[in-house]
Design a protein around this ligand. Structure first.
Ligand SMILES: [Zn+2]
Length: 460
């Protein structure tokens, strides 16, 4: 008998955490934080309904903070057992967790200065020590290597695409197989190998981020090419807000390929202005075993697919500020992807009033973010307390997504030789989850469950 507790990502896309209890063993699959609205974020502070010291292991699908950002809190609460992750995921976490700690410490400092927090004094959600404590527990495991946690309890990581190192997890509990999809990527995208597919599952947890959407037809590469070429022609600046891990590297890859085929000038300066994105790019470049054939072929020809010859990597703040003094044409890729913070805000303050500028969105803009407000046509926005007019050309390329769409998800589960006893839909807003549920239920023999947060389900 095994029980699965759904502790997050039910009716929302963040906070992934699932507690698998089998006999006397307790395994946590993913250990993420809630992100987005203040109500969601407030949930991170409540104590989880289990004793951290009673957990035997954590197994991670991938490095994104909404799947890993609770680890430092777990370590602080006394958890001291292994955290299993693929090698690239473990590599990314070496940057991501300390960076998150730094941001939490800054937030707390700022809240204390301004006195706006309900907590007096405001404390960081976790600090650098907690992050280091979590990193010490990491145990890197290769893809496809079956790892036994206890007798009758084993797991295997298989490739999920999505971002570097992302896995779906096939768990064996006695004679049953439970598959956790993690975040499923798209096929035929640059850099990373395609997602693999599960062949059997008695129980399947499936993400549903884009469960109600189909990615638009047409290549995102061409759309990027058109937007950048038009801006270059008027000597303007292209600002691309991008998530530091995954999206920034995809964008650089596309720009490099557009330079090689002559769509864009080979000497067009491209600045990657985000210390986290620079570290992530280095890791992407050095993790050869994860690259797809196209990337491999470029490398064999001596071409750098991500950090091309006209790409400038910017870590220092002073170098970032110096970009304000430069004219176009040039491209600046910077974080954060939804304009919720980071260096991109300084560039926006400086460049949004200029009609020569193109602001090119390449990722999902959640409700309530500055990115969403600009995308919805705001003529004026407030950045760091200052009113900034929006005169730049604002464009969006929606097909460039790290998630499979409804077709992709249905195709992914179509590889199963027989329907599982149940598909549990997680990691999706209610409308996305309902739409995907309807499509899967229309397949003969398939059962879909929409778990509620906090619910415990017996896996027969
Ligand atoms: Zn993810």
């Amino acid at each position: 008998m095994a029980t699965l507790r759904f502790l997050g990502a039910c009716g929302t896309v963040t906070g992934s955490k699932y507690l698998l209890e089998a006999g006397s063993r307790r395994i946590l699959i993913d250990c993420g934080v809630f992100q987005g609205s203040s109500e969601l974020k407030e949930k991170n502070w409540s104590t989880p309904p289990f004793d951290a010291r009673s957990v035997d292991a954590v197994v991670l699908t991938h490095a994104h903070i909404d799947h890993t950002g609770y680890l430092p809190r777990l370590a602080r609460a006394g958890f001291s057992r292994p955290v299993y992750a693929t090698r690239p995921t473990a590599g990314l976490l070496q940057y991501l967790l300390p960076d998150a700690a730094h941001l939490h410490e800054e937030d707390a400092r700022y809240a204390n200065q301004k006195g706006y927090s309900r907590h007096r004094p405001a404390l960081p959600f976790f600090d650098a020590n907690d992050a280091a404590g979590a990193l010490r527990l990491l145990q890197p495991i290769d893809f496809h290597q079956r790892t036994e946690i206890a007798p009758g309890l084993a797991f295997t990581f298989l490739r999920a695409g999505h971002i570097l190192g992302a896995a779906f997890i096939s768990f064996e509990v006695d004679s049953r197989r439970i598959v956790f999809s993690g975040d499923v990527g798209q096929k035929d995208v640059p850099i990373l190998k395609d997602p693999e597919t599960p062949d059997t599952a008695d129980h399947l947890l499936l993400e549903s981020t884009y469960g109600d959407r189909l990615h638009p037809e047409g290549s995102p590469r061409e759309k990027i090419g058109r937007a950048v070429a038009e801006t270059v022609a008027r000597h303007g600046v292209v600002l691309i807000p991008a998530f530091a891990v995954g999206r920034a590297q995809d964008v650089l890859y596309h720009l490099g390929s557009l330079q090689r085929d002559g769509t864009l000038p080979p000497d067009l300066p491209i600045y990657l202005d985000s210390p986290m994105a620079v570290s992530a790019s280095d890791l992407y470049t050095s993790t050869l075993s994860e690259h797809d054939l196209e990337t491999e072929q470029l490398e064999n020809r001596g071409v750098a697919p991500i950090e091309g010859p006209s790409v400038h990597l910017i870590r220092d703040r002073a170098d970032s500020i110096a970009l304000n003094g430069r004219g176009g044409p040039m491209v600046i890729v910077s974080a954060s992807g939804m304009l919720t913070g980071g260096r991109i805000l300084h560039h926006l303050k400086h460049r949004l009033p200029d009609p020569e500028t193109t602001l090119l969105f390449v990722g999902f803009q959640a409700a309530g973010t500055l990115g969403r407000r600009i995308l919805e046509g705001a003529h004026e926005v407030r950045i760091h307390g200052e009113l900034v007019p929006v005169r730049a050309d604002v464009r969006e390329i929606p097909a460039l997504s790290a998630h499979a769409d409804q077709h992709g998800l249905v195709e992914w589960i179509g590889s199963l030789s027989t329907p599982p006893r149940a598909v549990y839909l997680v990691h999706g807003e209610p409308s996305a989850r309902d739409a995907l549920a309807a499509v899967i239920r229309s397949k003969p023999g398939w059962t879909v469950v929409l778990p509620e947060e906090g619910e415990a389900i017996e896996l027969e």
